[in-house]
Write a protein that binds this ligand. Structure first.
Ligand SMILES: [Zn+2]
Length: 359
């Protein structure tokens, strides 16, 4: 049953409604199919199953986001932070985990704001370890550029010994070390936190890793790097727009890759799957909570990336669409968990019996 539910959640998170001018239009389904073929099962289910098996109470879980490009997306974009906030909530409420947000300091602002709206406060290690405060995240700024990044990644892994690492819309370099925007252009590596080292070094230590993205340039797509680059090459004649030869897809792979239409939705799909597996719909934020999460994220500076506007939209889709996605997921989870027939059904009675009686 969880696998069947994962199938429907995968479909919800892969409904594409990109702007007709977007270069990524009509790629969502192709990227999903490649990811699905490689992994052989519904992606939201694979991620949630791995988390339930690996993450124990009081374990630290590293959450990575931030697709900012200064100065256009100075405090990051709106795709990422609410996905991280949803995961912080579901992993805390559902599994008793301790989320650790890691990223560019400026981009952590919208993540923290969205997390608070989702029910997760941010305090220091003392509050979590000495006072045992639950539903509390830690926030760890990561320096920009590659210098010292690997050392910092190892330091974070040593300090928190996480049982899982998840990235949501977090860019990473390709196989020749070039970073790309969603449009396939090269971006400045010195303007990015190189947190992919946490994923790469974490995997060497056997930590469970999940990458959630919607374009190919985000952590996780290393799993289908060649397939993703081939999809771009078939569409544009080149695998990226900068001529580096390495293609837009990142080389950074994860144990599970969730390829989606909007990265936040992929994270919501994992939260919905956890809500079902742990039999508690409350684990997934409701539509009103989602509205507050998106609004405070935008107020904290995150920019809607399609139009570069400070509005509560995500990847060209309105606030109402974000709420609708969460509402559909709640419908899927609530009905799958319903053990007794609803009263309305009893009131209607047995259609078959009434027909027989009328004859
Ligand atoms: Zn390139």
């Amino acid at each position: 049953m969880p696998e069947v539910l994962g199938e429907y959640l995968d479909r919800i998170v892969n409904i594409e409604m990109l702007d007709d001018n977007s270069l990524r239009r009509n790629k969502t389904e192709l990227l999903y199919r490649a990811a699905r073929e490689k992994q052989g099962a519904p992606l939201t289910h694979l991620a949630a199953k791995g988390l339930v098996e690996r993450v124990k109470k009081d374990d630290y879980v590293i959450l990575l986001s931030g697709a900012g490009i200064s100065p256009w997306l100075e405090w990051g974009e709106t795709d990422g932070p609410t996905g991280i906030a949803s995961l912080a909530r579901s992993l805390s409420f559902g599994l008793g985990a301790r989320p650790v947000y890691v990223g560019n300091e400026k981009e952590l602002g919208p993540v923290i704001a969205a997390g608070v709206a989702a029910g997760i406060t941010v305090l220091d290690k003392e509050a979590v370890e000495i006072y045992k405060r639950k539903n509390t995240a830690l926030s760890v700024p990561f320096p920009l550029g590659d210098r010292g990044a690997k050392e910092k990644a190892l330091e974070i892994l040593d300090e928190f010994k996480p049982s899982a690492i998840l990235g949501v819309e977090k860019h990473a370099p390709n196989s020749v070390g070039v970073w790309h925007s969603a449009a396939g252009q090269a971006t400045d590596p010195e303007g990015q936190p190189h947190v992919h080292h946490i994923v790469e070094e974490g995997r060497k230590r056997g930590v469970f890793t999940v990458g959630i993205g919607d374009g190919g340039n985000e952590i996780g797509y290393g799993l289908i790097r060649e397939e993703a680059n081939a999809i771009y090459e078939q569409s544009f004649g080149v695998s990226c727009q900068c001529g580096c030869g390495g293609g837009e897809a990142t080389a950074c792979a994860t144990d599970v890759l969730i390829s989606t239409s909007v990265s936040n939705w992929g994270a919501y799909g994992v939260s919905a799957m956890l809500a079902y597996m742990l039999e508690d719909p409350f684990i997934l934020q409701d539509a009103d909570t989602e509205r507050r999460m998106v609004e405070v994220m935008a107020q904290a500076g995150a920019v809607e990336a399609t139009y570069a506007l400070s509005i509560p939209w995500v990847d060209g889709t309105s606030l109402e669409v974000q709420q609708a996605v969460v509402t559909m997921m709640h419908g899927v989870v609530a009905n799958a968990l319903r053990r007794k027939p609803v009263r309305m059904h009893e009131a209607i009675g047995d259609y078959g019996a009434s027909r027989r009686g009328s004859k």
